[in-house]
Ligand binder design. Structure first.
Ligand SMILES: NC(=O)c1ccc[n+]([C@@H]2O[C@H](COP(=O)([O-])OP(=O)(O)OC[C@H]3O[C@@H](n4cnc5c(N)ncnc54)[C@H](O)[C@@H]3O)[C@@H](O)[C@H]2O)c1
Ligand SMILES: O=c1ccn([C@@H]2O[C@H](COP(=O)(O)OP(=O)(O)O[C@H]3O[C@H](CO)[C@H](O)[C@H](O)[C@H]3O)[C@@H](O)[C@H]2O)c(=O)[nH]1
Length: 323
């Protein structure tokens, strides 16, 4: 297939783009490089540097594309609380421009990166796709709005859409890993301490109603995520919008993750205990039973593998002072 990958210079998008190229697809990446890296775009694919609003219509105009994989977004929860208008514009506004360009070019097949943040503070654990969606951040709200728009486009314009609600993505895949600036994600921040880039890791909250008092999350390897995108691409069915959670079904506390990082790196990793971070639910664990039942997908790589792969990637990067 000929595929447009928005956000394909970012962490998840570049990994999936590499997997799509390896599977024999033709890939064009559309990315404004606002948080991505041109050197992450896989060899064998073309990079168009533009926002969705400015670039999507032109790229899609020749009618040669079969489908879109839509990763491009702003995704820092705290920033979304500080700048809600920017998030609505960048996430919903840019996505609507993309969907309109797709409609005009006659491309109706789309796989979209949604998020566990659409559920907010969950009523049930593990979270199912039928559970209430009550996002607690503008980031989660914009992603839920895009999911809702996709349902309309499926119903009224015949799009075949799949939203994949990732839980906490981690790990690295064939030389591609996390390079967010600033980095907010737990594992990358812990590994930065092991590398000597930071002196200690902040642990946000030790008074949660969890076994060790720290937040519990469901970590999913980016390589497992890439496989889910291949399956989702084939599951797009005109007139239908499907939603799937992507997680492992088991939770790990922040303290547990830090301990695994100590084992993998051999570094003591000093911790500074801090107050809770705004907007963090205490437990987020996915039921991925639906995507297993319907598409046969299941997470195969465990937390130790995620941390080991992220560590190998982190060590391959130059020290920030040398870049
Ligand atoms: N990383 C996670 O744990 C996680 C969890 C759930 C959902 N997601 C979602 O997965 C997707 C990818 O996340 P990531 O961690 O790879 O983020 P990322 O910031 O590394 O990648 C996003 C990419 O999109 C590009 N981009 C942003 N806005 C754009 C625009 N308007 N036009 C063109 N390009 C634009 C950026 O330059 C970047 O390359 C996002 O949609 C995010 O919401 C990520
Ligand atoms: O330096 C850090 C970083 C994080 N944490 C804690 O570690 C846990 C995981 O935090 P991350 O920032 O790694 O991930 P989030 O769970 O906040 O967010 C991720 O999952 C969300 C859905 O669950 C969204 O999809 C979001 O885009 C994605 O980054 C949280 O309890 C957080 O407070 C720390 O203690 N110290």
């Amino acid at each position: 297939m000929k595929l447009l990958v928005t956000g394909g210079a970012g962490y998840v998008g570049s990994t999936v783009a590499a997997r799509l190229v390896a599977a024999g697809h033709t890939v064009v990446v559309l990315d404004d490089l606002s948080t991505g890296h041109a050197d992450a775009v896989p060899a064998g694919s073309e990079l168009v540097v533009a926002s969705l609003r400015k670039g999507a219509a032109d790229v899609l105009a020749d009618g040669s594309f079969d489908a879109v994989l839509h990763f491009a977004a702003k995704s820092v929860t705290g920033e979304s609380v500080a700048r809600p208008g920017y998030y609505w514009d960048q996430n919903l506004g840019e996505s609507l421009a993309l969907f309109d360009a797709m409609r005009r070019a006659g491309v109706g097949r789309i796989v979209f990166s949604s998020t566990a943040a659409t559920y907010g503070n969950p009523e049930n654990t593990p979270i199912r796709e039928t559970d209430p969606t009550r996002p607690v951040s503008p980031y989660g709200a914009t992603k839920l709005a895009i999911d809702t728009a996709l349902s309309s486009y499926a119903e009224l314009h015949g799009f075949g859409a799949v939203s994949l609600r990732y839980f906490n993505v981690a790990g690295a895949h064939e030389g591609l890993g996390e390079r967010h600036e600033p980095e907010t994600h737990l594992i990358a921040n812990v590994l930065a301490v092991a590398l000597g880039h930071k002196s200690e890791v902040s642990l946000f909250g030790t008074d949660y109603p969890t076994p060790d008092g720290t937040c519990v999350r469901d970590y999913i390897h980016v390589s497992d995520l890439a496989e889910a995108h291949l399956l989702a691409l084939n599951a797009c069915e005109p007139g239908r919008h499907r939603v799937y959670n992507l997680g492992s079904g088991s939770g790990h506390s922040v303290a547990e993750v830090i301990e695994v990082c100590r084992k993998v790196t051999g570094h003591p990793i000093p911790v500074r205990t801090c107050p809770r971070r705004d907007g963090d639910p205490s437990v987020l664990v996915a039921s991925s039973e639906k995507i297993f039942r319907e598409l046969g997908w299941t997470a195969e790589r465990d937390l130790l593998t995620m941390v080991s792969d992220a560590w190998a990637f982190a060590r391959s990067l130059p020290h920030p002072d040398q870049t």
